[in-house]
Design a protein around this ligand. Structure first.
Ligand code: 4AD
Ligand code: MG
Length: 430
């Protein structure tokens, strides 16, 4: 008999099937044992009766424990009362691996304990659901760009320079030289879009974030599209279309997971175009009126973002931030060098900034002076300046933080649960 995955069990209704998995739960009532078996694709109840199986199999069934691994063969019965709609009447049961005192019990555990056991915790229902949503969000992102003719052009992880400021750089030794872990693939997507028109990279990025918040990881995944001849408006349109597509796909493909997570679907269903778009100055006025203690000219903190987005049921786009609180590569308004052509997308319900983007400086002289102003080593940027020497062109792009997006879709407050093995200031294990 060949293995059937629980997700495909309907195809075996009325017949025999073999499943391979782990014990998620069990109870016994004398001569019957009810085993909840999971295999990663689903959970199914397997009913084992003493008189239907061999003595050895019954003995095995009686000694199994939470997360023992086993192979089960039996008849698949459709049963509307069973969770999942099917159950298996066991004819044979074979233990594969024992599991003694599985550390994650059904009771509540503290955060630190669960994170220390992340390698096991990801088997738990809620964590499993979040990571499945992550998978579908990744697929939606790739489908979105691939279907629009973008080329996936990946960026290096070892880089010779900073792109998002020097305060969050991870430095590493590189054959006697210094290298930094990439904070963003953007600088490499810019030459990419000159070669291919529209490109994206999607990979891990690194920030030595010394802040311990629910929204910051030191290693997170970022999706970064970059498009030649696209301006700031085009950039906002692209981000808007992308988020609508991601939400739509999640609603279509992740119903069981969102149900497990008790996500209020109505909060996702209203994520439709157009998203509200407000100028940075308008955002400042709103915050001053609300009296949140915000100082105009500053960047928004989490409470400011929450106060701004609370009026909306969909992501809020804030554009044209002051140049001096944004990165060196952003282009500014033609008639106002203090205002950058930038945009941030703030997710509703307090999930924070999920997209940051801009139009890029395409004037050689201005860019040279910005590099100087930001005290960046010109050497490391010679290649980047070349783009402004050989056929400069307007272009724009953005970065979407995968874990924040997944947290928002799942309605889960902490980004550390939206990545298989989170890396944070005080966490490098497992
Ligand atoms: O706004 P950021 O810093 O933008 C850039 O890095 C640009 N170079 C992107 C580009 O234009 N190609 O980061 C983009 C997004 C943020 O909006 C946020 O969602 C996420 O990346 N992000 C983080 N997510 C988790 N942990 C962190 N420490 C993050 N820092 C940024
Ligand atoms: Mg940002």
């Amino acid at each position: 008999m060949t293995q059937t995955y629980i997700s495909d069990i309907a195809s075996k209704a009325g017949g025999e099937a073999e499943i391979k998995g782990w014990i998620a739960n069990f109870r016994s009532s004398g001569k019957l044992m009810f085993l909840q078996v999971r295999d990663g694709t689903g959970v199914i109840q397997c009913v084992t009766s003493k008189k239907e199986v061999s003595e050895k199999a019954w003995e095995d069934a009686r000694t199994l424990a939470l997360e023992s691994s086993l192979i089960i063969r039996g008849t698949v019965n459709k049963d509307d009362r069973a969770p999942g709609g099917y159950e298996i009447w066991v004819s044979d049961l074979e233990m594969v691996g024992a599991s003694v005192d599985y550390p994650i019990a059904k009771k509540e555990h503290g955060d630190a304990f669960l994170l220390d056991h992340r390698h096991l915790w990801m088997r738990s229902k809620k964590q499993h659901a979040i990571l499945r949503v992550r998978h579908h969000v990744i697929k939606a992102i790739r489908d979105f760009f691939d279907d629009k003719g973008f080329i996936n052009l990946d960026a290096p992880i070892f880089t010779p320079n900073a792109s998002e400021g020097t305060s969050t750089l991870f430095e590493t030794e590189y054959f006697g030289d210094k290298a930094y872990l990439s904070q963003s693939g953007q600088l490499y997507m810019e030459p990419g879009c000159a070669a291919f028109g529209k490109v994206y990279c999607f990979g891990p990025t690194f920030r030595a974030e010394k802040s311990k918040t629910r929204k910051h990881l030191t290693e997170f995944w970022m999706l970064e599209p970059e498009v030649a001849y696209m301006d700031l408006d085009g950039c906002m349109d692209l981000g808007e279309d992308l988020l609508c597509f991601i939400v739509e796909q999640a609603l279509k493909r992740c119903q069981p997971e969102l149900e497990t997570l008790e996500r209020d679907l109505s909060r996702l269903e209203c994520v439709k175009k157009p998203f509200p778009r407000i100028h940075y100055k308008e955002a400042c006025d709103i915050l001053v009126k609300k009296g949140t203690g915000f100082t105009p000219g500053d960047d928004f903190g989490a409470p400011d973002e929450e106060a701004l987005v609370e009026a909306y049921d969909r992501p809020l786009i804030i554009h044209r931030f002051p140049a001096d609180i944004k990165a060196f590569y952003m282009k500014c308004e033609d008639d106002d060098p203090e205002t950058s052509l930038s945009c941030d997308f703030i997710a509703p319900e307090g999930f924070g900034e999920i997209i940051g983007g801009s139009q890029r400086e395409d004037d050689l002289e201005i860019l040279e002076s910005k590099i100087k102003q930001h005290d960046l080593p010109r050497d490391a940027f010679e290649w980047y300046l070349d783009l402004r020497k050989y056929g400069t062109f307007p272009h724009s792009g953005f970065g979407l933080g995968l874990e924040r997006t997944v947290s928002w879709i799942c309605g889960n407050r902490h980004v550390r649960e939206a990545i298989p093995f989170p890396r944070m200031m005080h966490r490098l294990k497992p």
